[in-house]
Write a protein that binds this ligand. Structure first.
Ligand code: 5AD
Length: 452
């Protein structure tokens, strides 16, 4: 049977999509190749959110085409995901060695299309059509039924698409309008994952707080999303629930209260603020003000003063003045985020912001990016230092990313903790005493060793 290799760019949703395609191919009898150099099929699952991400995947494909043409001319090359969706046939026109372009609503067709290409029935396939019900087609999980520890933390896709239309964002074009899966279907998938060993479920969607808005009515003041959290919370054996990405406008009192009522809901919130200036927030079409954002943070910290709060920020949005940028800096200072992802504004095809006057020069964009990144690191580093000598409980996930001889896990506040452990710790909730705080990583020893 042929072997396949999938390289993933971008967000957790993309990782989940890649996992589902891999599971689909394995079910058809494919082997998963250890590297691109041995595979008969190489798929790049792409990201379009910034130009850099697209350039990376495109450059990678140019190199793959060169390499495989020389040594393995029958290798099948494909783009899938967001860039496939937004660029379609033009990818094959530009790179004639590409055989498959698979859009974001067509992941479930990957296996059939590859069969057709491998048997020579069709030479090139580009399918980026919309498909009704596609939000429910991503169900396969690689590790289910297998005797592995690979899925201590498992991703579950709950909805697809986004209707918010932030003026900078390409996602509505690549992922389409919002479609949600039914609560029962999601719960059934979570149950299967827990039965197969998962301890943590991460609910995924482009705007999870808008989950079920049209399909499921509010009950006792609880939005569809909070009803879903409650339903997943019922699952025996499940220890932790996380979700990403939310929108600030979804942080109603029902969701804030959920942090107090649902012990399995992790004490962390990644809430993208994007800017600290009301003028820029309006131009971005974000639908909230700085004051409202601060109010949400205040309410969350009232429910749990230790809640981990992280965010995304874009610098140099068109028309952003020095005064606007100062407001972002002061917001970051005021909130004291545990961490923030800072992005240089990148104009995206067909988005309103790309056509706005006053695009900011690259040097200014870079300066603001560096300045804000410094501020974020300074604050983050102080916040991490506070954990020194504290005992924290982590869910052990597996080998540390940087040093595979060590293990890593996360606190409920989403802080990564690295420690010397044993395979048998994987999947356990373990108390560690922190002896070192690096930049956005903590280091600990099993707390029992530290008893004074
Ligand atoms: N330019 C820069 N950053 C962007 N993001 C989304 N679109 C753009 C863009 N055009 C950032 C936002 C979002 C994160 C996933 O990517 O901060 O929250």
């Amino acid at each position: 049977m042929p072997s396949a290799y999938i390289k993933t760019y971008g967000c957790q949703m993309n990782e989940r999509d890649s996992e589902a395609v891999a599971a689909q191919l394995v079910a058809k009898g494919y082997d998963l190749a250890q590297s691109e150099h041995q595979a008969d099929v190489i798929l790049l699952n792409t990201c379009s959110v910034r130009d850099q991400a697209e350039q990376k995947a495109f450059g990678k494909m140019v190199n793959l085409a060169k390499e495989t043409k020389r040594s393995r001319p029958h290798t099948v090359l494909g783009f899938m995901g967001c860039m496939a969706q937004s660029r379609g046939q033009s990818l094959i026109d530009k790179l004639p060695d590409v055989d498959l372009v698979l859009g974001t609503q067509k992941f479930h067709r990957a296996g059939d299309y590859l069969d057709q290409i491998l048997t020579g029935e069709r030479r090139k396939i580009c399918d980026i059509e919309a498909e009704q019900g596609s939000e429910s087609t991503i169900r396969d999980h690689l590790s289910i039924g297998k005797d592995t520890n690979g899925s201590i933390s498992a991703y579950v896709s709950i909805m697809q698409g986004c209707n918010q239309h932030c003026t900078f964002c390409i996602v509505p074009f690549t992922r389409g309008h919002e479609r949600s899966r039914p609560i029962e279907e999601i719960v059934a998938e979570c149950r299967e994952l827990v039965a197969a060993g998962a301890k943590e479920i991460v609910l995924l969607g482009q705007i999870v707080t808008s989950y079920g808005k049209r399909e499921i009515s509010t009950q006792n003041g609880k939005s569809a999303f909070v009803q879903l959290l409650e339903a997943v919370h019922e699952i025996d054996g499940l220890e932790r629930i996380r979700f990403t990405s939310p929108h600030p406008k979804g942080y109603g009192d029902d969701l804030i209260e959920a942090y107090g009522c649902l012990p399995k809901l992790c004490a962390s919130a990644h809430i993208p603020v994007q800017s600290g200036s009301d003028r820029v927030l309006k131009l971005m079409h974000r639908g909230y003000t700085r004051e409202r954002f601060l109010e949400i943070i205040g309410k969350l910290r009232k429910v749990n003063p230790n809640i981990g709060i992280t965010t995304d920020i874009i610098v140099a949005f068109p028309g952003e003045t020095d005064a606007d940028f100062q407001k972002t800096l002061s917001l970051v200072e005021e909130v004291q985020f545990d961490n923030a992802f800072v992005f240089k504004y990148s104009p995206r095809q067909d988005t309103p912001a790309a056509a706005m006057a006053n695009q900011i020069p690259t040097e200014v964009n870079e300066q603001r990016h560096a300045h804000l990144l410094n501020k974020v690191s300074e604050i983050g580093s102080n916040r991490y230092q506070r954990y020194l000598d504290q005992t924290v409980r982590i869910l052990v996930e597996g080998p540390s990313r940087r040093n595979p001889n060590r293990l890593q896990g996360r606190t409920t506040c989403n802080k990564i903790v690295v420690f010397e452990g044993h395979d048998r710790h994987v999947g356990q909730l373990l108390d560690l005493k922190i002896y070192r705080a690096g930049l956005f990583t903590l280091y600990g020893d099993p707390a029992i060793l530290n008893l004074d």
